[in-house]
Write a protein that binds this ligand. Sequence first.
Ligand code: XMP
Length: 512
Amino acid sequence: MENIRPIIVLDFGSQYTQLIARRIREMHVYSVIVPCHLPFDDLAGMNPQAIILSGGPSSVYDPASPTCDDRVFQMKVPMLGICYGFQLMAYKLGGKVERAERREYGFAQLEISPPSQIFSGLESPLRVWNSHGDHVAEVPPGFRVTGRTENAISAIENPEAGMYAVEFHPEVRHTASGAEILRRFVEGVCGAAPNWYPRSFVDEAVERVRREVGDERALCALSGGVDSAVAATLVSRAIGDRLLCVFVNNGLLRKNEFEEVTAALRSQAHLNVRAVDRSERFLTRLAGVVDPERKRKIIGEEFIRVFEEEARSSGHPAFLVQGTLYPDVIESVSVKGPAATIKSHHNVGGLPPDLKFRLLEPLRELFKDEVREVGRALGLSEEMVGRQPFPGPGLAVRILGEITKERIRVVQDADAIVEQEIRGAGLYNELWQSFAILLPVSSVGVMGDARTYATTIALRAVTSDDGMTADWAKIPPAVFERISTRIVNEVREVNRVVYDITSKPPGTIEWE
Ligand code: XMP
């Protein structure tokens, strides 16, 4: 991305920081989040075309509050302050910030005072989403007030200096025309050109990987999910067969998944896949285990062992490809310190020290939906790129109680029916996840003229943006009916199907 100048979001710890970058990228303009304490030279070295100061939970007068280098305000690039960013801009440039007598949380009416570049053409009053305890009492020299709510100055600007600030959150959907306000800043004020497209990302990422890997080789653990498939495909575009992909069957994948995913990645992406079936090993170690955390630990340890064997037997490539995404890298509260973290739930975490890899994470700048776009641009099928997330420990955390081959088959069969019917109803892509859970509960039923005493399948279907919070999906009754009838008719061991109507929080998406 060397020749594309980013719009940098300086993160002061708001829960909404990620959304700012997202909204800008939805306009096909490249945006990255960096912690507010990033050294100034590093920030300047990124050659930003604009700076956005995010919100944050602190008060500018608190000595421990996050701040940024004063030189940020002299960079002569357009700036937009949001919430805490607004207060910080006002404070740093000679205005006055006070603790508000009435804090504003939730909706407020914004009265716009034209002329204003970032509100031009928008209706007034505008319903905006607020979340602040302090407010700006006096604007800094050179600025004028362009918007007020009942309680506070809510927007200021100094067009000559290219500086704009708002007290409310334009990045959240609750703010009417919020995306339009950001668009007026990004396109109008900054004049940013739309040049952030999956196609251009692919070309540049391939080039970058090629340079970085040189003549070395790389190894990638496929999980069957979208992220590792796209990361591997991208790297294989760059280095061809010098990338070896290992796909481990732990015996806990979905029905036919091992064979289907292997075949799909070989044919669609021409990946060099070594498919290793180690299900017996995993299942032997899991025999009799019912505690969810113990299941996770065993699967994690065994995975590392298998991966280690494969790495050694392939002459230990220098690079390890990981499908780490942007939200995995950036924690919103990065004001606490650099937020780079590595996904630990797969393989790198527990590898022996002599098995050192250099990490290749070609997707670390992308959000999930962007990864899907990149997957499409790389020629992966809709079925592959649209796959719902699946946990690393697989069906082990969807089989409550003991894991046996028979119980795996029951949940696989039920799960395959759920997937077919959800796809058939055109709901698959709308749902974050939809799946079956096998409960350790038997109950009485009647089939034909006979009494049954058999097991229970729970259905889980949720909508979510990122898996952090989720709501149970309002599935049409006719779809429930088909799923339940088919499961009870086709999966002999099951005589009852129930639906989980718990959101997250307080529930989790998986049952274990
Ligand atoms: P929970 O159940 O915590 O899940 O609400 C949130 C998201 O994470 C997935 N998940 C996992 N993924 N290893 C993984 O790779 C795990 O141990 C694991 N546990 C949950 C889950 O499917 C959902 O998308």
